[in-house]
Design a protein around this ligand. Structure first.
Ligand code: SAM
Length: 228
């Protein structure tokens, strides 16, 4: 389903995050929710101490094939991170946040990031921009990928302020698999409040990977800051 999210497509994102957090070779960096490791491949060129964490064993296996022994891979739930003042930088790419239905659980992830950072450590979170999502939502799309038809249905749950997606994979017109995703929609204020009310200080916000300011026309809400 996400075959287009490749190592190559992660290059500009990784370089931007490395530059903006001023990650250096002797510093420890965590890719929180690293998935198949497409950003790890680039982080390894900027740091000798790269850790990728994800909950999915299947995705971690793909990451292992990609980075071999060069990066340390950890299977854990972001709600209970096994780190204390361990990292100089924590990266969180491509909307790997806001999955939990309860505010306190999403807030708890922020607290965990804070705990995992050394004092003065930096964080980089790339989240979806609510205004852009609401103005550009495509309720249904169809595409073909390696012989499979992929149908994606998207809708906003106004009461809970979440965006939901149902993905169906079809072979010869028959559904063979389906999965669903649900992510909290935050305004810029809600998101920065969430990130600031812990021990973190926000230093800059961008609307995309070219450092443009956040606006309804820009798809992302990229927040960079540090632990006090
Ligand atoms: C949208 S994907 C992004 C993956 C990767 N950052 C990328 O850009 O390719 C979100 C990732 O979060 C992981 N994830 C979901 N829930 C998690 C949890 N509770 N703890 C840790 N990882 C989780 C998923 O397995 C998935 O790899």
């Amino acid at each position: 389903v996400y075959a287009h999210r490749t190592v190559e497509s992660a290059r500009a994102e990784s370089l931007f995050s490395i530059e903006r957090t001023q990650l250096s070779f002797d510093e420890r960096v965590l890719d929180l929710c690293c998935g198949s490791g497409r950003h790890l491949a680039h982080l390894l060129k900027a740091s000798h101490h790269v850790v990728g964490l994800d909950y999915s064993e299947d995705l971690l296996n793909l990451a292992r094939d990609l980075v071999d022994e060069e990066a340390q891979l950890v299977r854990a739930d972001m709600r209970s991170l096994p780190f204390e003042e361990t990292f100089d930088v924590v990266m969180n790419y491509f909307t790997s946040f806001g999955y939990f239905m309860e505010h306190d659980e999403n807030q708890g992830v922020v607290d965990n990031v804070c705990r995992a950072l050394k004092p003065g450590g930096r964080f980089f979170i790339d989240y979806m921009n609510k205004d852009h999502v609401l103005s550009s939502i495509e309720p249904e799309s169809h595409r073909f990928e390696q012989g499979f038809e992929i149908v994606e249905k998207r809708w906003v749950d106004d009461a809970r302020q979440r965006i939901n997606k149902l993905t169906q994979v079809l072979k010869d017109g028959e559904e063979i698999k389906q999965s669903s995703e649900s992510v909290q929609l935050y305004t810029e204020k809600e998101f920065t409040d969430l990130l600031s009310c812990s021990c973190l200080k926000i230093e800059s916000i961008h609307g995309n990977y070219d450092a443009t300011p956040i606006s309804p026309n820009n798809p992302r809400m990229i927040v960079i800051g540090r632990k006090l």
